[in-house]
Design a protein around this ligand. Structure first.
Ligand SMILES: Nc1ncnc2c1ncn2[C@@H]1O[C@H](COP(=O)(O)OP(=O)(O)O)[C@@H](O)[C@H]1O
Ligand SMILES: [Mg+2]
Length: 229
């Protein structure tokens, strides 16, 4: 790793599971996501967990990219060391800028977010942490990042959770315009989702009424169980 973690490395973010660096990758500006070992996880399990999560994130990103969805391209994967290097997107996080846009621009972004979810779900893929914090805006392009909790599933519950999380995120960012923005997102979802749109929407409503769903932390521990089994 000495070649990558050199002098040109800048820390962009340090999350619970990974550190994200801006790096120079053979002359290209790139982002390196390095998963970190957790002391509380047994050593063997920690290795398997990191390897699996890195593999799934890289595979899903590549699959979405191949399908023409707007995600960073994958440049390098080292499963053993939990390292994933992707294209650097010079943009702003939607969670930090969405509230400042005029309604027209925010509506157009919401539509793209809905369209992205529909195309992703139609491929049998869920994101797992679909919020404005994981959307990057570069000029007029809307990128979705952070597939660290994503997976393959045909269960509408997973798709409904993605929509539910994004609805919640939009409500928190622009409470006054939320209704219009959410309608734009869901209309676009409806026109691109290949399965039964009503089923996903009904499940999403059910989740909001239930007032609870499997949240991020619980989902992580469920993923752990899956790997143990
Ligand atoms: N391809 C990218 N281009 C630019 N910035 C990125 C990219 N990927 C991640 N980042 C930055 O790093 C942060 C954390 O990355 P993310 O994949 O969301 O990891 P985490 O699982 O820790 O949330 C993002 O919010 C974003 O600011
Ligand atoms: Mg993130």
């Amino acid at each position: 790793m000495a070649t990558i973690e050199g002098r040109n490395t800048i820390l962009l973010s340090r999350g619970a599971e990974a550190e994200v660096y801006l790096v120079d990758f053979f002359g290209l500006r790139a982002v390196m996501k390095k998963r970190i070992s957790k002391k509380y996880r047994a050593k063997l399990f920690d290795e398997v967990f990191i390897r699996n999560r890195t593999r799934v994130e890289a595979r899903i990103l590549s699959e979405l990219y191949e399908a023409g969805l707007i995600v960073p391209s994958v440049l390098f994967v080292d499963e053993e060391n939990g390292v994933l290097i992707v294209e650097y997107i010079e943009g702003v996080r939607a969670s930090e800028s969405f509230e400042k846009f005029d309604l027209g621009k925010a509506t157009s972004i919401s539509r793209r977010i809905g369209g992205f979810a529909a195309r992703m779900h139609s491929l049998g893929i869920y994101h797992g942490d679909y919020t404005l914090a994981n959307v990057l805006l570069r000029e007029s392009e809307v990128y979705v990042i952070d597939f660290g909790l994503s997976g393959y599933s045909s269960d509408v519950e997973e798709y409904a959770i993605d929509l539910h999380l994004m609805v919640r995120s939009i409500k928190a960012s622009r409470p006054l315009d939320a209704e219009v923005l959410i309608k734009a997102m869901l209309d676009e979802y409806g026109s691109h989702y290949r399965g039964d749109y009503r089923e996903v929407i009904n499940r999403m409503k059910e989740i909001s009424v239930r007032g609870r769903y499997i949240d991020r932390e619980v989902r992580k521990s469920i993923m752990r169980e899956r790997y143990i089994a």
